[in-house]
Design a protein around this ligand. Structure first.
Ligand code: HAM
Length: 426
């Protein structure tokens, strides 16, 4: 087939109706979970000042260095299509004066994000995330509750063997010393690192720990671990988080080299993966952690924070892989077939009565062939088919056919809505 003249940009896709039912299902579960745990929804703009991310996410991160869609507007503003949601939420917390509200402030979001990454399975340039953020609370119980919340959402989507990879990356008291020790360890092994990591060594040796290159793994695996250098406060915090996870029976794996690719994290960092699915998996489903300095970096004073975000496409791909189907709750169970001009006219009016009664009904009013209409009813899996032929239309009657049993019933048109309501209740 000839390629169409216009196509979606690389790494971006149209999301068609069938696929959108998955997004809707995930959104609905998030909304229920948010209501239960007391999170308010927030939608921040797609565009933010570029500096929000260079400061918040960090100059040395891959996201800021290589992956942002940034541009200068005609008015001269430097803007970026949001690559993630935490810095924008922290910006909104400051800008909207949320510090004067009772703390903590709990916010959640669901929307598209943009990163100029190499497109591959589970990695797109426009992708959707849902995220949950708690601002204004430093207690480790929040870290555990955030993880529990994502577990619950994934559980409701029928994910089973989930595990949390978890680490603590300390705070501004204990991390600088560890960074010096790590730097010297890595510099001594620079020749065993990939060229990108040798460059990273000059700017932020910490980011070498993010590298996925085979060549660097042996060096990373034997590198000093932050957990051995935590200050007393961070150590206590991490211990409490793990105890809370034990209490909640959430399985976790200590990942001493997990640092996550964003600079704003302090103390806890975590990722949720499906066990046994790695290798052929879609990568990390959820990533998050504590960010006690982010609001301060953005000029909003000392406000601790903790949260996480999940990749919607990865979740959907994993659901499809294991055959989890979702049907649109509003997809019609009834199909109306008509034959002849009078039946078409009466059907037109009847459809409006279904609409007023909020009962979804499908039809192919523009078609005349009964065969074509019945084929469509079968294809969409209608439970009941209403048939109005010329004879029925003349007598103000209609046939209700139960597709499961094949049983048919002739009823007056004016009674069909009540009859269908009765059937649907069964
Ligand atoms: P992140 O790990 O960069 O964290 O992204 C979170 C999740 O978004 C990933 O685990 C993955 O499922 C999905 N994701 C990321 N990039 C892509 C991509 N190119 N294509 C498809 N899915 C992707 C953050 O964004 C942090 N803001 C999370 C957070 C919230 N931390 C604290 N609060």
């Amino acid at each position: 087939m000839k390629k169409p003249r216009f196509q979606t940009p690389s790494g971006m896709r149209d999301i068609l109706s069938e696929e959108l039912t998955y997004y809707q299902k995930i959104f609905d579960i998030c909304q229920k979970m948010a209501d239960f745990y007391g999170f308010e929804r927030i939608e921040t703009p797609i565009l933010e000042q570029t500096e929000l991310f260079s400061r918040g996410v960090g100059q040395a991160t891959d996201i800021v260095k290589k992956e942002m869609f940034s541009f200068k507007t005609k008015g001269g503003d430097e803007l970026t299509m949001r690559p993630e949601g935490t810095a924008p939420v922290a910006r909104a917390y400051i800008e909207e004066g949320m510090r004067s509200r009772p703390q903590p402030v709990k916010l959640w979001y669901f929307g598209p994000f943009f990163r100029h990454e190499k497109p591959q399975r589970g990695r797109y340039r426009q992708f959707w995330q849902f995220g949950f953020e708690v601002l204004g609370e430093a207690s480790p119980v929040i870290d555990a509750q955030i993880i529990q919340l994502f577990f619950n959402i994934l559980g409701a989507l029928k994910f089973k063997d989930l595990a949390v990879k978890i680490n603590s990356i300390g705070c501004s008291t204990c991390r600088p010393r560890f960074k010096r020790i790590l730097s010297s360890y890595l510099r001594n092994r620079a020749s065993s690192l990939c060229s990108e990591c040798r460059r990273r060594l000059k700017e932020s040796s910490w980011r070498v720990l993010d590298c996925k290159e085979e060549k660097c793994q042996a060096v990373i695996n034997n590198a000093p671990q932050m957990l051995d250098y935590l200050c007393e406060i961070c150590h206590k915090h991490f211990k409490s988080v793990l105890e809370f996870l034990d209490e909640l029976s959430i399985p976790y794996i200590l990942e001493p080299h997990l640092v996550r690719g964003l600079d704003y994290y302090t103390k806890t960092v975590f990722e949720i993966v499906e066990m046994g699915k790695e290798g052929k998996s879609f990568g990390t489903l959820v990533g998050g952690g504590r960010y006690d300095n982010l609001v301060k970096i953005l000029g909003g004073g000392v406000v601790p924070g903790c949260g996480g975000a999940a990749g919607v496409e990865r979740i959907i791909e994993a659901m499809k892989e294991r055959g989890v189907k979702v049907s649109s709750p509003s997809s019609p169970k009834i199909f109306l077939c008509q034959l002849g001009t009078l039946a078409k006219r009466k059907s037109l009016v009847l459809i409006e009565r279904f609409q007023e009664n909020k009962i979804p009904i499908a039809e192919l009013l523009s078609k005349d062939s009964l065969r074509v209409q019945l084929e469509r009813a079968n294809k969409m899996g209608a439970k009941y088919v209403l048939i109005m032929g010329q004879k029925e239309a003349l007598e103000d009657k209609i046939i209700i056919k139960d597709m499961a049993t094949g049983r048919q019933k002739l009823v007056e048109i004016k009674k069909v809505i009540n009859e269908i309501k009765k059937q649907l209740k069964k």
